[in-house]
Design a protein around this ligand. Sequence first.
Ligand code: 5GP
Ligand code: ZN
Length: 140
Amino acid sequence: MALPYHCIFCRIVSRDVPSYILTEDEDCIAFMDINPVAPGHVLIISKHHAENIFDIPAPTLQRIMPVVQRVALAVNAVFLPDGINLLQANGPGAAQSVPHFHVHVVPRWSNDGLGMNWPLRPGERSAIEANAERLRAVLR
Ligand code: 5GP
Ligand code: ZN
């Protein structure tokens, strides 16, 4: 697939836009996020332009995830955070700002105040069950 030239991440892949690249292979590149929410915030992107989880080919995703794991292990070893969030946004309603598939590796500290934790509120069982049935119908 041709690289869409308006896409900032395609331009990082082609080296037309500089970035702090950590590692790359045939399928993906890992580089430092330019607006880090924490020291050690890394992005892993597909080399081919897929917008998000809805259109990235499953075999590509399968090959990218071990790289995400390698990067998470490196971030963990270097920054010694209290935890790590993997974040992957799909669509504007999910705050995806760059429409090119990417996974965030975000080191977290207990007191970092990032507010990515949501409170656990028990759902209504009948609604959960009904939603499960709607999904099973599609997954069958
Ligand atoms: P999203 O909001 O789509 O999940 O995340 C996009 C991420 O890409 C943001 O965290 C943003 O800081 C990062 N980003 C956007 N443009 C650039 C860029 O030109 N270089 C780098 N290294 N990161 C970028
Ligand atoms: Zn792209």
